[in-house]
Design a protein around this ligand. Structure first.
Ligand SMILES: *Cc1c(COP(=O)(O)O)cnc(C)c1O
Length: 385
């Protein structure tokens, strides 16, 4: 039986041709495909500016730089996210303060966020876990009341929406990842979108060594002169990656509708299951279905054993995520201890991400469902004796 991974890119012949065309052109990096890709993603999300970079993590770092995070600043981030969300705060010398999540959606809990705001709080990073937008109304209210900046980590939610507004126009800056398992891919890659021209300009300088012009701009002006105005990085993305991104954006609507179909098949299969419990869907939110996460209710060791048996059966389940504050780095550097975010810590023991990617056939989805329900049934029997 072939293995079914939990996530996988979908590359068409047109995608391949788009990349090949750039490889045959004059510009492999800092060329015209970068700005074109930025414009397409910005337009799609309803933002005015896009800044394409080498990864989602680089985009988060650019965002933290743009809003001026520095030593002594606190940024509230959810405990239930990929480590990079919090790491970007630390890159700039700031302190990530971990907010707990709602146990049924795994989205950041605005009430807990509010209780964590201090005189040092500069920003909140909302994470649209699994592809479902957070409670941006409540988060924006908190941000406005306290004069702090709302940033969105939309790595899961490109193409999603919230009360009619696209992800990308719900926060001051929204960042995306184009890693192969994400909604669209450029291999590695990321982007920050914003309506704030000042932030966009700061991010463009930061992604290229803190230098105020790029090679192509200087070539066009016939000038060698440039100024490095701040310490930056080389976070540039190549033109052939952007060509892949442009081609993938044409396919995003199809990817999304296939992800929705798969989610609907899973939801139907588990609708009456007492143990396999999908996350709650929030009204008014268009889910981008990056992940399909279920909670396994019952014996504390159930998830561990089901995970092992699913992998043995060739089904690539995964766990998203280990609460970030529990990682050794965060425990040592910031003295965070278990118990800081009890909901995230408890739900972490139950969650399992099932395969979810647009190229899955209905037969693949059915196989995941029947193997999972069988393994869970057997395990529940074993554990109840
Ligand atoms: C994937 C991901 C990132 C990092 O993106 P990369 O492109 O892998 O650097 C950050 N935050 C979240 C929530 C992610 O899922």
């Amino acid at each position: 039986m072939k293995k079914i991974p939990y996530g996988k890119q979908d590359i068409s012949e047109l995608d391949v041709e788009a990349v090949a065309a750039i490889l045959r052109s004059d510009w492999l990096t800092t060329g015209p495909s970068v700005a074109e890709f930025e414009q397409i993603v910005a337009d799609f999300t309803g933002a005015s500016e896009g800044v394409a970079v080498s990864s989602g993590t680089a985009a988060l770092h650019c965002a933290m730089y743009a809003i001026g995070i520095e030593s002594g600043d606190e940024v509230i981030v959810p405990a239930m996210t990929f480590a990079a969300t919090a790491n970007a705060v630390v890159f700039q010398g700031g302190t990530p303060v971990f907010a707990d999540v709602d146990g049924d959606t795994l989205l950041i809990d605005p009430k807990h966020v509010e209780s964590l705001v201090s005189s040092r709080t500069k920003a909140i990073i909302a994470v649209d876990y699994a592809g479902q937008a957070c409670d941006y109304h409540s988060l924006q209210k908190i941000a406005d009341q306290h004069g702090i900046i709302l940033v969105s980590d939309g790595c899961h939610s490109l193409g999603g929406d919230y009360h009619g507004l696209k992800v990308g126009s719900l926060a001051e800056i929204t960042i995306f990842s184009f890693h192969p398992v994400k909604p669209i891919t450029t291999g590695e890659g990321g982007m920050a979108v914003t309506n704030n021209k000042e932030y966009a300009s700061r991010m463009r300088i930061f992604r290229s060594h803190g230098i105020t012009s790029d090679f192509r701009e200087r070539e066009e002006k016939g000038s060698w002169y440039y100024e490095m105005v701040d310490l930056g990085f080389n976070y540039r993305i190549t033109d052939f990656q952007c060509a892949l991104g442009i081609s993938q954006m044409k396919r995003l609507a199809d990817f999304l509708s296939r992800r929705q179909e798969i989610a609907a098949i899973y939801a139907k299969a588990f609708s009456t299951d007492k143990v396999i419990s999908p996350l709650r869907l929030v009204e008014g939110v268009g889910h981008a279905w990056h992940l399909y996460v279920v909670r396994l209710l019952g014996h504390p060791s159930l998830r561990r054993d089901v995970f092992k048996e699913m992998r043995e059966a060739g089904i690539g389940v995964n766990v998203h995520y280990i609460p970030v504050h529990l990682h050794p780095f965060y425990r040592h550097r910031f003295n965070y201890d278990p118990g800081l975010c009890p909901v995230a810590e408890q739900v972490y023991q139950q969650i399992l991400s099932l395969p979810m990617w647009p190229g899955m056939s209905n037969a693949d989805v059915d196989r995941v469902i029947s193997v999972l329900t069988n393994i869970v049934e057997q395990q529940v029997k074993v554990k109840s004796v």
